[in-house]
Ligand binder design. Structure first.
Ligand SMILES: Cc1ncc(COP(=O)(O)O)c(C=O)c1O
Length: 382
């Protein structure tokens, strides 16, 4: 079976992990953790990085840092992996779901603007000017754009909208290490960005995340909150409710080795994306995810749409090509059925019903790429 997305571990992973084991620095205090978070922040062009256990934990902390509470709304796209929404719910906040753009599958910015303009109003709360949803009387605190599949929408417009409507941006950049919009890296457009390094990401630590920000106070607070909010190095004195969210050294050691190889991996991923687009163009009724002008995606997980998605999915999995359907839209899940969903034509439903992800591992070989394409063509020719 050609796997959907597995890590490529060809560098110094063993050497650095052995170093952790040999020295006994296996927990959260080792030097690889600092090194890893610095490497990720530097790569993304952010001033600070804070490593945490996974991307979900990072998204949770990011919201706490910006003061999101149960009295707030956080805006998210209706198509994302469940973790985005779970992280919002951990804070007690209520999501506002925005339908996605039919071409690029990112949050539809026209719908976002329409919602903010017509369904929210400006108020002053706790001496701050903010936007409040007129139907719930809750403050709309932040937008959490998701760079779905490593693609990236018009972030300049998103930043402008956030400014106009007094909102923070927390970027769910978990899938977007390496992706840029007008040469600015994903995760650096808002107050905070979060990357994930779980098993299927472009590079992996097994499980892991890094929060990035340019704000020193936010970075310090993130470090504090992810390490049980302990005030003193010696005494067990804690000044607020903290979390045991810090990444451990053994996993960060893998991360350092992965970051060393990242430029090469990114190049290969983008070449894979070009290969699939060239060779699947015009096959059956396949349609590709559009890349917005100015965007340079990382090519994380190749996904296309076709009216015969379910048939193709079964065929590929039966013929040695591991493939997956897309995420069920959030508004269709039991937990979010009653949340506000802003849509005109429910694009999310059709994207979900037609989209399929195909093998996209960092180390996919030319032979495997050819096999994937041949198998897809054979399906449409049968
Ligand atoms: C869009 C999105 N958000 C959040 C996450 C959560 O990241 P993690 O698995 O590291 O918790 C992931 C990845 O799994 C993701 O794809």
């Amino acid at each position: 079976m050609i796997p959907l997305s597995i890590p490529k571990l060809n560098g110094n992973e063993w050497k650095y992990v052995q170093d952790c084991l040999n020295t006994g620095w296996i927990s959260s205090a080792g030097s690889y953790v600092n090194q890893f978070e610095d490497m990720v922040a530097k790569y993304a062009g952010a001033k600070y990085g804070v490593a945490c256990m996974n991307g979900t934990a990072g998204l949770h902390i990011a919201q706490i840092l910006l003061g999101v509470t149960e009295n707030d709304h956080v805006i998210a796209p209706n198509i994302t992996f469940i973790a985005t929404l779970n992280a919002i719910k951990y804070t007690g906040a209520q999501p506002i779901l925005i339908d996605v753009d039919a071409n690029n599958w990112q949050m539809d910015l026209d719908l976002l603007e329409q919602y903010l303009e017509t369904q929210t109003e400006t108020q002053t709360r706790d001496t701050e000017t903010c936007r409040v949803d007129k139907s719930t009387n809750k403050r709309v605190r932040a937008i959490m754009p998701v760079h779905v599949l490593g693609n990236i929408g018009d972030m300049e417009r998103m930043v402008q909208l956030a400014k106009t409507y007094h909102l923070d941006i927390i970027e769910d950049s978990t899938e977007a290490l390496g992706s840029t919009f007008k040469n600015k890296h994903a995760g650096t457009f808002g107050s905070i960005g979060v990357f994930s390094f779980n098993g299927n990401k472009i590079i992996s630590t097994g499980g892991g995340g890094v929060i990035v920000t340019d704000d020193e106070a936010l970075a310090n607070k993130a470090r504090h909150l992810t390490t049980q909010a302990k005030v003193s190095a010696m005494d067990y004195i804690h000044d607020e409710i903290g979390f045991n969210y810090r990444l451990v050294n053994v996993l960060a050691a893998i991360g350092v080795a992965q970051m060393e190889q990242f430029p090469g991996i990114l190049k290969d991923k983008r070449a894979m994306d070009v290969y699939y687009r060239e060779h699947l163009q015009g096959v059956g009724d396949i349609a590709f995810q559009a890349i917005p002008e100015g965007a340079q995606p990382n090519g994380w997980l190749f996904t296309f749409s076709t009216s015969r998605m379910r048939e193709l999915l079964a065929y590929l999995n039966e013929n040695g090509v591991q493939s997956r359907p897309f995420w069920m839209p959030m508004n269709q899940l039991e937990m979010f059925k009653h949340d506000i969903y802003i849509t005109k034509n429910d694009v999310s439903a059709s994207v979900y019903e037609t989209s399929i992800s195909i093998p996209s591992s960092a180390g996919i070989t030319q032979e495997q790429l050819e096999t994937v394409v041949r198998t897809i063509k054979a399906f449409y020719e049968e």
